[in-house]
Design a protein around this ligand. Sequence first.
Ligand code: ATP
Length: 889
Amino acid sequence: MMWHNKTTQQVEDELGVDPSAGLSPQQVAARLEKYGKNKIEGTKKKSLVAMFFAQMQDALIYVLLAATVITFIIGEYTDSIIILSVVLVNAIIGVVQEYKAEQAIEALQKMANPKTMVRREGANQEIDSEELVPGDVVIIDAGRFIPADLRLIESSNLQIEESALTGESVAANKDASVVIDNEDINIGDRANMAFRSTTATYGRGEGVVIATGMQTEMGKIASILDSADDTETPLQRRLDELGKVLGLMAVGVSVLILVISVFQGRDTFDMFLIAISLAVAAIPEGLAAIVAIVLALGVTRMSKINAIIKKLPAVETLGSVNIICSDKTGTLTQNRMTVVEHFTLMGNKTIPENIIKSEADVELSADEHLMARSFLLCNDASIEGEEETGDPTEIALVAYAQKMGLIKSKAEAQCPRIDEQPFDSERKLMSTLNQMDTAYRVNIKGAMDRVLPLCTHVLDNGKEVAITEAHKVAFIEASTAMGEKALRVLAAAYKNVDEVIDPKEMEKSLVFVGIVGMMDPPREEVKDSIAEAKKAGITAVMITGDHPDTAFAIAKQLDMASERAQAISGSEINQMSEEVFNREVLNYRVFARVSPEHKVRIVKALQSHGNIVSMTGDGVNDAPALKVADIGVAMGITGTDVSKSASDMILADDNFTTIVHAIEEGRNIYKNIKKSVIFLLSCNLGEVITILVAIIFAWPLPLLATQILWINLITDSFPAIALGVDTPDKEVMNDKPRDPTESFFAGGAGFRVMLGGVLIGALALVAFYIGLSEEGYHLGQDNIPESALAHARTMTFLVLAGSQLFYSLALRHESKSIFQLGLFSNPYLIAAVVFGFALQIIIISVPFLADAFKVQPLEMQDWLIVLGLSLIPFVLKEFSKLFIRYEKI
Ligand code: ATP
């Protein structure tokens, strides 16, 4: 017998669980031991050794390894050791970078992993889905991922979308009460089961875990599902392209150098090594690795400010966002609702704070009493002592009813729920059918503009009377007045029926009772964030299911909108053609009473003007809008699993302010990557120029192959990474958002690379020239003795590395001087520079290293020359900032 052939009782007995209590911690521990974690084993992770060998699989590395072997065969042992060490150190740095980047991304993925609501030891609790064991009781509601295979034991209008497993995208209706005879029935037809990796789209239910991890249906087919994640960002792709082009150019230059030098009659083998080393130095193979690690470190930092990046490209896109579309409730407001007044035909009443009376104490009119009870029965929240569970709107209503003297558990015991139509943001209604002694009553709550049209009668002082225009006007006026005070309005209605009716018949011919107004104060920090966003060229727009009056009142308090005309409702949008809406869309700051599908229209309309739009969402139906938006933002606390999985970023604190902070981080990360890349390319260019110019003019070689490799190693690694993790610049939020189509080299960056490269190369040659002249030779001369060359090369070696190291300090900011930034405000960079210089000094002063690299100790005067030359690019760059600043003023 399969699980779907068994009754719920059989399932519970077999798995030894009482669903009202769930498993005990001892049972969980024992089963975890027995069945293991609820985890699908994906492809095995690469081991460090595998990563190391992957680093070695590169045409350049092969060439260097060949060079190692050749130098060894011809007896140049020190050269072969140096080349081999460079290869190894390079690979190790690469592995460390890859490992760190991977770990950062993995930690983030863990954070974004869906949690599961289970019942254990009689209490509902959220746990990590990996901790589930067979027998656990899982509580399902709309928007949740199904974390394991379940036999349902309870269901109410439950629908589950099973496309991940069956390919069928229409959600399947589920029913816990059926028992299926057929053992081999298709998975898609097992109506009393729910399967791992599917999602509940509607209704509620409970199920007992019958299989976890690899035992689930999903686990059985997991091996064919290893999806390749698209984690490369547009910038990474562009830099890859650039890397390829530059790589080809570098190879071209190296071949050119080889050809020229052969014609010049230079030593072919030496020149072969030089050409290879130069290719290694010039090919920006570090680009991709550096960008990956900077992105990874950046997203780790962002997770600390509650912005969890799910898709790496989002980091970059964030820097270009110029419109933030935000939900109201919970994101702009605190989502702490309190009913502050109510209105029935008996009049308006202010609800006092904190009065909880017993049922007997309160004098309520029949209308008020009925309204409070309707709100209480048509409600899934609960308050038990200090413990509040459920949706804040509903919690507020339970608290309100308590103040009226009504206790939820008592009311529910008296009038048990027979059926229900759950709340959804499309209908903006919820209704229940409750038993009342011998008859039944439908209780409805929802947005007033949705409830009122469903009513044929109204409760007037305990009597049901036919509803008139005057009644409607009275309610609409009362609701408008509440809306203008930024209160959220909810209406209650009911009808008595003699027998259980079809749920479809519930929301018809109702009796309107009254409305409540609840306050949800704006989050305190949001107003400042909106102002900050404005300064940064970003417009904040509110998109809400709430009423336009309420929405506008809040928007006004937050300085998002100033005039009522800036608010538009979903029904008004419906009346506009796409063309008109697209044209008008920029005039609005508040989109109220919208349904999730409006969100898609709004995003598309905003994008039609070339805007880069971020959109928040939490519900099941928000997924399409989150996907269409340039940055889909899901709510970490209130968001459904569906919205989280469709998003690019999750706000761990549901807070609007976090979006603005994330944008600031995104802009900074991009800037830092840019600095790092400019630095790398300038250095590589400098190295190429040094050699190329010397070859073209038939000068002696200013550097040896091993020297080039070494310089490349110390500058391409640590200083470049340190620039990439430079301290964030607060002032990025004074700039306009970056145009996403803008070239990476826009704003003169390409020119700066050239200038930096030419300068560094020229200075290295100057050092070579000085070195030679000190020994009494000049550049064009033949037969210069090795010792003179070694001296001049030592100077070149030091200046080439030194100027690059100093230059990295100046590249930290385009217009601010190093002193304005704080000399030590990027300690990593200082450490990288100091480390670089220390290594240089060690190589010069330790005799066997000096021999290996064919360098010589220098006199004080030479050190000063080296220092002076090395500082020039740094000084010139810093000096040029004076003018940039001058221009800005
Ligand atoms: P936002 O999109 O900014 O989060 P919201 O939370 O106000 O807005 P919804 O939750 O979709 O949007 O609510 C829309 C409307 O539906 C509310 O204005 C309210 O009138 C009604 N409503 C909200 N919650 C419930 C509920 N639990 N039962 C019945 N009606 C509700």
